[in-house]
Design a binder for this molecule. Structure first.
Ligand SMILES: [Fe+2]
Length: 236
């Protein structure tokens, strides 16, 4: 068990088993700060030159941390947010009290999305999909190159801030979607296979307004082994 696995185990063993076992909530829900910022699992500069260290640091330590802090600072307004499974809350946001619904949608959504995102990237690993992920992609697109092009185009076309996703939708079909702001695939009843953050904070320091260039480089850090595991889980 490497350091990352150990951290996953430590968090996952005591908290809600959310995305990859790292979607942080503390050991005791009664604690004042039940939400935890999960570690990146690799160094800030591990994804260089595709994503620069400063961007990773600010993105994780400031942006993601802010979502976690907002949840912890507001948990007293709706204590169930600390006890209900995260996916259950996000898949039925209308059940959240109106007074906290937008806060939960944005911050719990941001927490879920970023946790998924960190876990999907790696400095090593397979650079191209294989096995069932490759087959699934080829069943819906001409080939992997065609899929990558359409995925990146969808991300580039997402107006303003949001995410691009490859999902297994609620009809069990593989599909390419985008979500606005911190909306999640979970809210659509979909299971994410891969997903990329297209908020400017994810790329602006290095790429400025060249989102398409960031999306092209992003393929170099995708953890296809993780994508395969996500597909397996989604298909179960
Ligand atoms: Fe982000």
């Amino acid at each position: 068990m490497n350091r990352r696995d150990t951290l996953k185990f430590l968090v996952g063993a005591t908290a809600f088993a959310g995305t990859a076992g790292v979607l942080g909530r503390g050991a005791a829900f009664a604690q004042a700060k039940p939400f935890i910022l999960p570690p990146l699992g690799y160094a800030n500069d591990a994804l260089e030159p595709n994503i620069d260290a400063r961007t990773m640091q600010i993105h994780h330590d400031n942006h993601h941390a802010a979502y976690v802090n907002n949840l912890n600072n507001n948990v007293d307004k709706w204590p169930e947010m600390a006890t209900k499974p995260i996916d259950e809350i996000l898949s039925n946001l209308s059940a959240a009290p109106e007074t906290v619904r937008t806060l939960v949608r944005n911050n719990l959504g941001g927490h879920w999305n970023h946790t998924f995102f960190w876990d999907l990237m790696t400095p090593g690993g397979a650079k191209e999909p294989s096995g069932e992920v490759k087959s699934a992609i080829e069943s819906s697109w001409k080939d992997v190159a065609d899929f990558k092009e359409r995925f990146a185009a969808a991300g580039a076309a997402r107006f303003g801030s949001g995410w691009a996703w490859l999902v297994v939708n609620k009809d069990k079909k593989i599909e390419l979607i985008t979500t606005a702001n911190q909306d999640t695939p979970v809210a659509l009843g979909a299971k994410a296979i891969i997903g990329v953050d297209v908020w400017e904070h994810a790329y602006y320091l290095k790429y400025q307004n060249r989102r398409a260039e960031y999306l092209k480089a992003w393929w170099n850090v995708v953890n296809w082994d993780k994508a395969a595991a996500n597909l397996k889980k989604a298909s179960a």
